[in-house]
Design a binder for this molecule. Structure first.
Ligand SMILES: [Zn+2]
Length: 383
């Protein structure tokens, strides 16, 4: 593997801004790189994700590597000390939006896959550079997996070079109360939907949440609240909506999350609804992705053969990974949480390196990540 080529390709894609739904230009660069590196087949799916395939000489399992190529934006008013799309290298790090989350891992996957010795291995390596992950985890990966039918999946989100075998999921819950409008000079003639919501919130926050030895506690956090009409000029609000972000543990389903809210005895007399949020997102290709905002948690047993083979491959590459879990939600919510295909995570950087001002990537970790991916491929497709 050529480390200079890996670094300069990472710079090239960090320099191309790629917000969710606007990834067309970076996808073209990535697909061109796959062709130049000698992938056997390269294509772009209906959502615009780039997919590259490498066929080994003998037949065997299909191993899919996935990295998303979209990034979050630059928050207005945030002050970067480096040019966010400069991909400047200073000392041991490269700076730029997406360097850690997760264009470094993406570049490492491409270069690792392209350097396999096809004659020694059995199976197929697929690299997917998926779109829209930052707003809809797993949505674009589902299409990639429908087309490629992998037996195993590796996602490249940050693990500090450890091997992640699980992650919490997330759900977005919408609550709504319905009151009755009245002039605010005679509030007793109406029913104030905000007062109703205050009662709902007080009760919802008393619901006990689960805890998981490996993934940590489930979480329920209020993220917004709004009344109608808004602004309310001399009118008692007739409607109030609130949103909760719920971090999920393995086994939790939409029903198991909503039922405890809907069956609170103290809220029997209140006119309110609770549901999982839904939304539509437009890909740069024009395709509409529909999201039910429920992304399940996932966990793979540490004795699972894929976990053990991947560990073996990472160690053979000179790395010393621990087993870990993601705190945040990733594309694995689909690959393992919904589709139940054995999935692990391995990538450079820490979770806290994502979405920050002066985002940066360690060049040493970039090189080790590429080496680690190659080790995983050689171990899992040894035949
Ligand atoms: Zn990410």
């Amino acid at each position: 593997m050529n480390n200079d080529a890996l670094i300069s390709f990472t710079q090239k894609i960090v320099r191309e801004q790629s917000l969710s739904g606007e990834e067309g230009a970076v996808i073209k660069i990535i697909a061109d790189e796959m062709r130049a590196l000698g992938f056997d087949r390269v294509w772009i799916d209906k959502n615009g994700s780039a997919i590259g395939e490498i066929n080994c000489e003998r037949s065997g399992p299909t191993l899919l590597f996935d990295a998303h190529c979209d990034t979050v934006g630059i928050a207005p008013g945030s002050i970067w000390t480096r040019e966010p799309f400069g991909a400047e290298i200073e000392g041991s790090h490269m700076f730029g939006r997406g360097a850690a989350d997760m264009k470094g891992a993406l570049a490492a996957m491409l270069h690792a896959a392209a350097s396999v010795d096809r004659s020694r291995l059995a199976g197929k390596v697929i690299v997917s550079d998926s779109v829209m992950e930052e707003i809809f985890e797993g949505g674009a990966l589902k299409t990639v997996m429908d087309e490629t039918r992998p037996d195993f999946v590796v996602i490249g989100e940050s693990t500090q070079l450890n091997l992640s075998r699980g992650g919490r999921g997330r759900a977005e819950i919408h609550l709504e109360t319905i009151g009755k409008p009245a002039h605010s000079s005679s509030p007793q003639l109406g029913i104030n939907a905000v007062h109703l919501m205050a009662k709902v919130i007080a009760e919802v926050e008393k619901i006990p949440l689960g805890d998981h030895a490996f993934l940590g506690p489930a979480i329920l956090a209020l993220t917004d609240i709004i009344s109608e009409p808004y602004p309310g000029y001399s009118v008692i609000p007739s409607r109030c909506k609130a949103t909760y972000d719920r971090r999920l543990l393995p086994g939790e389903t939409p029903e198991s999350v909503l039922n405890p809210i809907l069956s609170i005895p103290a809220l029997k007399e209140i006119n309110f609804a609770a549901q999982i949020a839904e939304s539509d997102h437009k890909a740069y290709t024009g395709e509409i992705l529909h999201a039910d905002k429920f992304f399940p948690a996932w966990e793979l047993d540490e004795n699972n053969g894929f976990v053990q083979n991947a560990l073996k491959g990472l160690r053979a590459s000179g790395l010393d990974p621990q087993l870990s879990a993601y705190r945040f939600c990733t594309n694995a919510a689909y690959s393992m949480g919904s589709a139940n295909i054995p999935t692990i995570g391995f990538g450079p950087g820490a979770e806290g390196d994502a979405h920050v001002v002066d985002e940066k990537l360690s060049l040493d970790e970039l090189e080790k990540t590429a080496r680690g991916y190659l080790g995983i491929i050689e171990s899992v497709l040894a035949g």
